[in-house]
Design a binder for this molecule. Structure first.
Ligand code: UDP
Length: 148
């Protein structure tokens, strides 16, 4: 499982539907979804590893500037595949066909977050979601997406 969040600029630009569609059509399973205004406390924990970076204050202001759509996606290799779907942190380096490469231009407004390792994903999901907000369900096409 991995955490994905459409950042405030992605919500403002009405890209939520297109972003969800990329994960759905790829074959991943949505197990958590909510819209929220992230608190400064949540964002400080989420970006704790960046708190000495020069862009940290503006990053927190940006992430706090409006609602975000947080989701949890499940599937084989989902953390790595999601990073590939999302594209490079800097949209100038992100390949066409990736979410950032198709929808964004500047690193300070790169529209989406995705966990960058399995360990980080576990910690981020625990930070953003309660257990009761995560659904356990069977995709009816499981056998067609994966080897039976
Ligand atoms: N960021 C920025 N300027 C930079 C580097 C990063 O504004 O020079 C922002 C950008 O929104 C990025 C976030 O900080 O998505 C977190 O950076 P990280 O290196 O963790 O990249 P990510 O995991 O989001 O690709």
């Amino acid at each position: 499982v991995t955490l994905v969040a459409v950042k405030p600029d992605g919500v403002q630009r009405r890209l939520v539907g297109q972003i969800i569609q990329r994960f759905e059509t790829r074959g991943f399973k949505l197990v958590g979804l909510k819209m929220l205004q992230a608190s400064e406390d949540l964002l400080a924990q989420h970006y704790a590893s960046l708190n000495r970076k020069p862009f940290y204050p503006s990053l927190l202001r940006y992430m706090n500037s409006g609602p975000v759509v947080a989701m949890v996606w499940e599937g084989h290799n989902v953390v790595k595949s999601t990073r590939m779907l999302v594209g490079d942190t800097n949209p100038a380096e992100a390949k066409p066909g990736t979410i950032r490469g198709d929808f964004s231009i500047h690193i300070s407004r790169n529209i989406i977050h995705a966990s960058d390792s399995v360990e980080v994903a576990q910690a981020e999901i625990a930070l953003w979601f309660r257990r009761s907000e995560l659904m356990e369900w069977e995709c009816c096409d499981h056998g067609s997406v994966y080897q039976l």
